[in-house]
Design a protein around this ligand. Structure first.
Ligand SMILES: *Cc1c(COP(=O)(O)O)cnc(C)c1O
Length: 369
């Protein structure tokens, strides 16, 4: 792996392929795979990741918003794209770019049918989402009949899939609740398909759902975090490889005396003669202030260097008193050494948050061998 000369997020495409193969190994051969590439493919690079996965014959992509789907189409992605949380203002664009909406309440269902009809669509693929316990987005169980009645008034749309989302698939203490969600989804979809008169695809599980509830794989699974190398448990993290490593370099080393302070508001005071290193990455790059004041740490030559004082917009300072290092040396923030889940834990958060937080200012580089 090349040594970093500036702050970079290095993305290992072979690791992505490994993770996909690991997830596939958990599925029956005919189960379809939807890759979730919302939020810049979890902070990596949605266009590169989606094109790479497209060449590995992924069945579907999902993004959160229409603009994210448009970016993928502009980048040459031809695979079907489900838009999980579209807004009606973008429905015309969505149709123009052959994106497929999740319809989750009567308002968006009606609005979409109106626009699809105005645009002279026939059998436009839509995905109906049900709420089975997360209480975030989705039709309620008791709306099945109304939704089907509405769908039968038009030929503009056709239901491609029925889906729902698990609330606590990674938490085995909530197994009972999850099993109830699975059961509820099966009841709803059976009723729906019978009333509709044809059988849409069914999908329910995210990464942890795939790993923990094989009985809920149904026709298709939706994987996000797993593709990027995190499995929401110590065991599963070992089976996956983080695709992104956040690296930087030492810009400057200072030797400071006992009682000197470091950084804004003098938040850190040296207890002895100490050596500090300044690193060109800050809260504007996604390393939030909660990682400062010795919560978070970076790795230099395999050794941990705690972040001291407040995180600045463009820089952090770390304690390198006991580390033999020089200006220009490589620094690893997370990835291959400390993984993002461990790094996130230092600030009481989760892998999802830190990996999606890395701002677009940080250059993305790619490894493919
Ligand atoms: C983000 C998202 C996923 C992916 O979840 P992971 O835990 O990252 O696998 C799946 N389904 C829906 C509805 C989502 O919003």
């Amino acid at each position: 792996m090349p040594k970093a000369k500036e702050t970079v997020l290095e993305i290992d495409l072979k690791a992505l392929q490994h993770n996909l193969e690991y997830i596939k190994s958990k599925l029956k051969t005919n189960t379809k795979i939807l890759a979730v590439v919302k939020a810049f493919a979890y902070g990596s690079d949605a266009e590169v990741i989606a094109n790479y996965l497209q060449n590995l014959d992924i069945d579907y992509f999902a993004v959160a918003y229409v603009s994210e789907g448009v970016a993928l189409r502009d980048a040459g992605v031809k695979t079907p794209i489900l838009v999980l949380h579209p807004q009606a203002i973008n429905f015309k664009t969505l149709i123009e770019r052959c994106l497929e909406p999740s319809l989750y309440n009567a308002k968006v269902l009606n609005e979409f049918i109106t626009i699809a009809s105005q645009e002279h669509q026939k059998n436009y693929p839509v995905h109906i989402k049900f709420n089975t316990g997360l209480n975030r987005l989705g039709f309620d169980e008791n709306e099945v009949t109304d939704v089907v009645l509405k769908l039968k008034t038009t030929t503009a749309v056709k239901v491609k899939s029925l889906f729902s989302h698990l609330a606590a698939s990674e938490d085995l203490n909530e197994k009972e609740f999850t099993e109830q969600q699975i059961k509820r989804f099966k009841t709803i979809t059976e009723q729906f398909s019978n009333a509709l008169g044809y059988q849409p695809l069914l999908h329910l599980t995210n990464t942890s759902g795939i790993l923990n509830y094989p009985e809920a794989h149904l026709d298709m699974v939706r994987t996000g975090i797993g593709l990027y190398g995190y499995g929401n448990s110590e065991t599963e993290n070992k089976n996956l490889i983080p695709i992104a490593t956040l690296k930087s370099v030492i810009s400057q080393i200072h030797t400071i005396k006992k009682g000197e302070t470091v950084g804004y508001n003098r938040a850190y005071t040296s207890k002895d003669i100490q050596k500090t290193a300044t690193i060109p990455i800050g809260h504007a790059d996604g390393i939030g202030r909660q990682y400062g004041n010795e919560k978070g740490f970076v790795t230099i030559h395999g050794q941990k260097a705690p972040i001291i004082g407040n995180v600045c917009m463009d820089m952090i300072m770390v304690n390198v008193t006991d580390i033999a290092c020089n200006e220009g040396d490589e620094v690893i923030i997370f990835g291959t050494t400390t993984n993002a889940a461990e790094f996130a834990r230092t600030a009481n958060t989760i892998s999802y948050e830190i990996i999606t937080a890395i701002s677009q200012r940080v250059k993305r580089t790619f490894l493919d061998n």
